[in-house]
Design a protein around this ligand. Structure first.
Ligand code: SF4
Length: 324
């Protein structure tokens, strides 16, 4: 299998020289030393509470933000230092679907122009070809040809997300960052959009980085899942392995918040309650970022950052409780 994306020690820091974060120079470590790989045609889920850096990570990977450190290898090319000109040919290949389909669609444009704009930017089709392509894209996401002349406000949230997806697909991408694409939708609509994304993946061979705040949202669509806490990846594993055998106390806490229908599994899983908010990622002290909320914290947890340990089968955990 081909590795389409490899992220090595990725960092995205936001610096403030004065004032912003309380009157002294500070650094917000939104993404701090994150590494993972995605194979072509697979989905990696990235989860964590809001403020954990998952969205910043997704945007940095496709260079909407300049990385502070680390490497982004896309299709064998190190694109970390690429400027916007060098990124241009790759822009078609790497797309993003946003959380809020309403905010991301221009309300003054018709659906045809919203979907047609990327075709124009990349000079992919004009005239009748452009029209046909727009209709084909609408059908691909389950909408009708006659939706083309309408405006975003005439559609429901789920339909608007379909329009956003059609726009991303217009340029025939290979890799898509799905940035919480279902979080703003009704529960009844979420499954429809996830099913559609899976179907499109099969038909078009797409690779996804699927970002969500809830582990239950990414379970079925993801081949692998990474859990982020305060800018760091604390655990990553094949999806079912992570759900059956979560090893990091934070992953266990996230999972124990999801009701488990199977009483056998429910009994074997210790319930950990997450108390308090996620601490600030500004000037974080050394050591495990989870120590303030972890029931098992030890002295060493405050001394240095735990590194991801390979426990076999593609399962990695960053916690001093876990030995190789
Ligand atoms: Fe808890 Fe320490 Fe493990 Fe962090 S490293 S999760 S504080 S036991």
């Amino acid at each position: 299998p081909e590795t389409i994306l490899e992220v090595q020690g990725l960092k995205k820091y936001f610096f403030s020289r004065k004032g912003l974060f309380g009157g002294r120079p500070s650094v917000l470590k939104a993404v701090d030393n994150v590494s993972f790989k995605i194979e072509r045609g697979k989905t990696m889920g990235l989860v964590g509470e809001s403020g954990c850096g998952k969205t910043t990570a997704g945007r940095t990977i496709i260079k909407l933000y300049e990385p502070t450190g680390g490497h982004i290898i896309y299709k064998g090319e190190d694109i970390t230092g690429y400027d916007s000109k060098k990124m241009l040919p790759l822009r078609r290949s790497m797309q993003i679907i946003f959380q809020d389909p309403y905010a991301s669609l221009d309300s003054r444009m018709t659906v045809a122009d919203i979907i047609g704009e990327p075709l124009d930017i990349h000079h992919l089709a004009s005239g009748k070809d452009r029209e046909d392509r727009i209709k084909e894209l609408l059908r691909l996401v389950g909408l009708n040809d006659d939706h083309a002349s309408r405006y975003p406000h005439e559609f429901s949230g789920g339909q608007r997300q379909r329009i956003g997806i059609a726009r991303s697909l217009a340029v025939e991408p290979e890799f898509i960052v799905c940035d919480e694409p279902i979080s703003a939708l009704d529960v009844s609509i979420q499954a429809q959009i996830v099913n559609m994304l899976e179907d499109l993946q099969d038909r078009m061979g797409l690779t996804y980085l699927f970002i969500a705040h809830d582990l239950s949202m990414v379970r079925h669509i993801s081949d692998d899942v990474g859990v982020m806490y305060l800018g760091q990846l604390v655990e990553t594993a094949p999806s079912e392995e992570l759900y059956q055998h979560p090893l990091h106390p934070y992953t266990q806490a996230l999972l124990s918040a999801i009701p488990i229908p199977d009483p056998q599994i429910a009994k074997s899983r210790q319930r950990i309650l997450l108390e308090g908010d996620v601490p600030s990622p500004i000037d974080p002290p050394p050591g495990c970022r989870f120590k303030g909320r972890c029931p098992y914290a030890m002295d060493i947890c405050s001394e240095k950052d735990p590194e991801l340990v390979d426990v076999g089968g593609g399962h990695y955990v960053a916690c001093y409780l876990i030995k190789k």
